[in-house]
Design a protein around this ligand. Structure first.
Ligand code: BTN
Length: 137
């Protein structure tokens, strides 16, 4: 949380890098955002549509216009290590009226199906809200 300006929260900038938790109890870590706006990270989901054992999974994403906007839009893909599925998230990093950062996202979860006849049931959609995980003292 740093020092940009915008209409809602002057002097507060929303920064993607760090550890986040969402309304399902899933946790993710976003590594440094590079000059092009690209980043990597890891995702630990609290839930799964499968019967497989949950494992930490890699994510890759992009943030729009690094350094220009204080509440950037972004997207990232999670390539699940323990299933044949992929989730894409899109969202925006906001600073709320208390000055806390919040990621408002929507996602599409594509599951593997055996054939085109099952395509109709292969995609789930939803929303997640992420807040920053506070470092343990
Ligand atoms: C799978 O079930 O095949 C992989 C795990 C999917 C977890 C989904 S992604 C969207 C939603 N948000 C989360 O934090 N977890 C679920």
């Amino acid at each position: 949380l740093c020092c940009g300006t915008n209409a809602e929260s002057p002097l507060l900038q929303c920064v993607l890098t760090g550890r986040w938790t969402n309304d399902l109890g899933s946790n993710m870590t976003i590594e440094a955002v590079n000059k092009a706006g690209n980043f990597a990270g890891s995702y630990h989901t609290a839930v799964t549509s499968t019967t497989n054992e949950i494992q930490l999974s890699p994510l890759q994403g992009s943030q729009h216009r690094t350094n220009e906007k204080s509440q950037p839009t972004f997207g990232f893909t999670v390539n699940w290590s323990f299933s044949d599925s992929i989730t894409v998230f899109v969202g925006q990093c906001f600073v709320d009226k208390e000055g806390r950062e919040v990621l408002k996202t929507m996602w599409l979860l594509r599951s593997h199906v055996d054939g085109i006849r099952d395509d109709w049931k292969a995609t789930r959609v939803g929303t997640n809200v992420f807040t920053r995980l506070q470092p343990q003292k």
